[in-house]
Write a protein that binds this ligand. Structure first.
Ligand code: NAI
Length: 462
């Protein structure tokens, strides 16, 4: 029976980052992972492969729409789907091998197989039981099921199947206008698929700033995506390789059916804790299936911790990573900390969408006095030079103190620009602090400064 200071269950971004930090802090660490490769959903069938396909399809879009404008003439490239998938798989391989290298470098043991916790201080993998002073559950999440819709990962797929379709479908119905539906829906739309998104609510990307939602939907429509809003999908079935999706409009209960070569079910994810033995251990579970933890990520059973998608909070890889590092610090007797008020969210479409902190709707609901500084990318020279003038930066600051409360960006490199605001918020900065900071010209980041100026005496370029 091997003995470890820490055994982490799951090698996704939460688990592997936690293990590396534990090892760096001098703890004897093992990670249990049942997949053939490390990196979890994110690296194998999530964030990383989808970014490869987003990049490839965006490049095609550039070639089709913008190359000629820049004097780059000639026939636009055609899609070789198997080569595109091979490129995506190569990107996955480079990343998963990178984690394996980091495990070796940090002397982390990979216990291959699916783990369970037969008793406090023990982790079972296959027939072997290993001792652990501390156990960290980082088992992640899985797609939620939708009643009446049976996923076969061939015609009716989750994000996993959508990343490995045998060919680019002619038609696709996406159920759910959330992050997954819009990222993957826009990939296929750019590759030539006719994509229809069916969404239960009246607005896309629930919880996002209202102005961003509207602009985002308008831009996606312009890219060819169709939307059926306020529609609850009732069922989907496959006949002779074709799917039909029936939905009911909420406003009048009328039913309609859409036919498609492929249906992507993207209606949310739920914690994946099957087979861990949590019930027998008495680990408390919250109503929606998340493992309950205290402020130090310890579950109701001492010595057993949980992080990432398996606990409450946004299901984001970087939130899991932060919790992984923090819980490692706690286990090592240090102070682990996650600032849940400053966790950015990014949608990797083109243009990108990014947000952090409060939305205007939240501030209104809280009755808090705030000011809005907005700046359009149309006023940003760099964005215009690269055909990316669509979108804006919206900064929200406290009406009295000018302290930055949130930011919402739709436009070029939004996913990178948002971090300037994250740092500002971590430091408790004011909009004026950002406005007084010199920003290099010509960069997209000038739009952030202009939005900050708009919170004060006004922007220069609008
Ligand atoms: P989501 O929760 O973002 O969106 C699901 C959408 O489906 C909602 O708009 C909901 O109203 C709609 N819906 C639910 N039932 C429906 C029905 N019967 N008919 C029509 N519409 C219905 O879920 P999604 O996109 O599946 O993503 C899952 C998780 O993964 C999220 O927490 C997301 O944050 C995370 N994720 C994050 C990424 C990123 O940060 N870039 C990328 C991919 C996933």
């Amino acid at each position: 029976m091997a003995e470890f200071d820490v055994i982490v269950i799951g090698a996704g971004p939460g688990g592997y980052v936690c293990a590396i930090r534990c090892a760096q802090l001098g703890l004897k660490t093992a990670v249990v992972e049942g997949r053939d490769t490390l990196g979890g959903t994110c690296l194998n069938v999530g964030c990383i492969p989808s970014k490869a396909l987003l990049h490839a399809s965006h490049s095609l879009h550039e070639a089709e729409h913008n190359f000629a404008k820049m004097g780059l003439v000639g026939a636009a490239p055609k899609v070789d789907w198997s080569k595109m998938l091979a490129y995506k798989d190569d990107v996955i391989g480079q990343n998963t091998k990178g984690i394996e290298f980091l495990f070796k470098k940090n002397k982390i043991t990979w216990l291959k197989g699916w783990g369970s916790i037969p008793a406090q201080g023990q982790v079972k993998v296959g027939d072997e039981v290993h001792k652990a002073k501390n156990i960290v559950i980082a088992s992640g999440s899985e797609p939620s099921s939708l009643p009446g819709v049976e996923v076969d990962e061939k015609v009716i797929v989750t994000s996993t199947g959508a990343l490995a379709l045998p060919k680019v479908p002619e038609t696709m119905v996406v159920i759910g206008a959330g992050v997954i539906g819009l990222e993957l829906g826009s990939v296929y739309a750019r590759l030539g698929t006719k994509v229809t998104v069916v969404e239960y609510l009246e607005a896309i990307t629930p919880g996002m700033d209202g102005e961003v939602q509207k602009t985002f939907q308008r831009l996606l429509k312009r890219q060819g995506l169709d939307f059926v809003m306020g529609a609850a999908v009732q069922n989907a079935e496959v006949k002779k390789g074709k799917a039909s999706v029936t939905y009911k409009l909420r406003k009048d209960d009328s039913e309609a059916t859409l036919e498609a070569d492929c249906v992507l079910v993207a209606t949310g994810r739920k914690p994946y804790t099957d087979g861990l033995g949590l019930e027998a251990l008495g680990v408390e579970i919250e109503k929606r299936g998340q493992i309950k933890t205290d402020t130090h990520w310890q579950t109701s059973v001492s010595g057993i911790y949980a992080i990432g998608d398996a606990i409450s909070g946004p299901m984001l890889a970087h939130k899991a990573e932060d919790e992984g590092m923090a819980v490692a610090e706690v286990i090592a007797g240090k102070h682990g900390h996650v600032n849940y008020g400053v966790i950015p969210g990014v949608i990797y479409t083109a243009p990108e969408v990014a947000s952090v902190g409060k939305t205007e709707e939240q501030l209104k609901e809280e009755g808090r006095g705030y000011k809005v500084g907005k700046f359009s990318f149309m006023g940003n020279g760099r964005a215009k030079a690269v055909f990316q003038g669509d979108g804006f930066v919206k900064l929200l600051a406290d009406a009295e103190t000018d302290r930055v409360l949130g930011a919402h960006i739709i436009g070029p490199a939004a996913g990178d620009l948002i971090h300037e605001i994250c740092v500002a918020m971590e430091f408790g900065a004011s909009a004026q602090d950002i406005a007084l900071t010199c920003h290099a010209h010509p960069t997209f980041s000038e739009a952030v400064r202009e939005a900050a100026l708009a919170c004060g005496d006004g922007p220069i370029h609008s």
